[in-house]
Design a protein around this ligand. Structure first.
Ligand SMILES: Nc1ncnc2c1ncn2[C@@H]1O[C@H](COP(=O)(O)OP(=O)(O)OP(=O)(O)O)[C@@H](O)[C@H]1O
Ligand SMILES: [Mg+2]
Length: 303
């Protein structure tokens, strides 16, 4: 059995994973995951451990590979290298399909079926499993109620829903199959701040009521603060930081600071074009600040 020290040396971010006894595997382990498309490397040796019942946020700039990571875990994309384990069993093993069926996902954008009404969307997996229509509809109505949508929503078509309602239906659909693991891919993108907060509350409540382990992919720091226990920051194909969400706001890590503060300039500003843009916007901001200060001085002098 590897010693605590050797585990920590291999993965300095996984302190509590290293402290966990070897007999209880992590709920989800991602080990040395690589994925590229036509020679373009998107994920480079991703290592990630998520404990049972934990809620993890994966954050990063747009296009960094967050959805690719989720799709690899879901088996929608085949990794070039590495392994994904659930409860210590590889998804590449014979049990892989069975393990995957314990995962529920709320896709980026909701991904509702336009040809079905709301309750049929929610009950989709149940109907596929051969559960009777009446029972499936009953379960769909319960799930709609748990995401605070009234029963009359059940007969609507997806095109008749607002953005926030679509997200709720997508969450209800995921809950209907009673998953052990929940993935939320950008659950609050495109929503106003109040609806965002309501959806964040729902994520917390649904995850708790199912007793599930959750992974939320997001750019939105309010989602991280509200829904996650820990967060991991993806940049340039690697997880450059992992830690408790409580340490994020005050972190001295340059990557975390740039992301949390939403700064154009920093280590995650990639090419010279982007750096020029960032520099220019930085200079514009300084100029704006100076102009504002000058205005205040002249206003005060005028009084
Ligand atoms: N099936 C695919 N074939 C080719 N390239 C792909 C495919 N899927 C993703 N990519 C590329 O992988 C990179 C990462 O994409 P991904 O969708 O994972 O980003 P993301 O971090 O989820 O971004 P966003 O925050 O905008 O959702 C992008 O450059 C994208 O073009
Ligand atoms: Mg994405």
């Amino acid at each position: 059995m590897p010693s605590l020290w050797s585990k920590l040396r291999k993965n300095p971010f996984g302190i509590h994973a290293a402290l966990r006894s070897a007999e209880t595997p992590a709920k989800i382990s991602v080990r040395g995951l690589d994925k590229s498309f036509e020679g373009k490397s998107v994920l480079k040796g991703i290592d990630l451990e998520i404990e049972r019942g934990e809620s993890m946020a994966i954050v990063g700039r747009s296009g960094e590979g967050k959805s690719v990571l989720v799709k690899c875990i879901l088996g929608l994309l085949t990794p070039d290298k590495g392994d994904i384990l659930i409860d210590g069993h590889s998804l590449a093993s014979e049990e892989g399909e069975k393990l995957r069926s314990t995962i529920g996902i709320v896709f980026q954008g909701g991904a509702l079926f336009d040809s079905m009404n709301v309750w049929q969307n929610v009950a989709f997996r149940l109907l596929q499993q051969g559960i009777g229509k009446r029972e499936a509809k009953q379960r769909a109505l319960q799930c709609l109620d748990s995401v605070e949508l009234p029963a009359r929503t059940a007969e609507l078509d997806p095109s008749e829903l607002s953005g926030g309602m679509r997200k709720r239906v997508a969450i209800a659909r995921t809950m209907a199959s009673d998953p052990d693991i929940l993935f939320f891919d950008e659950p609050t993108s495109g929503l106003d701040p109040i609806t965002t907060d309501l959806i964040n509350d729902l994520i917390v409540n649904c995850t708790k009521s199912l007793g599930a382990t959750a992974i939320t992919i997001t750019h939105d720091m309010s989602s991280v603060y509200k829904t996650a226990d820990r967060a991991a920051l993806l940049f340039n194909g690697r997880l450059v930081w992992q830690g408790s969400k409580r340490t994020m706001a005050g972190s001295k890590d340059a990557y975390v600071r740039q992301f949390v503060q939403g700064k154009a300039q920093g280590p995650m500003t990639r090419n010279s074009e982007e750096r020029d843009e960032a520099k220019q916007s930085g200079e514009e901001q300084v100029e704006k600040k100076n102009t504002k200060q000058k205005d205040v001085v002249s206003e005060t002098a005028a009084r």
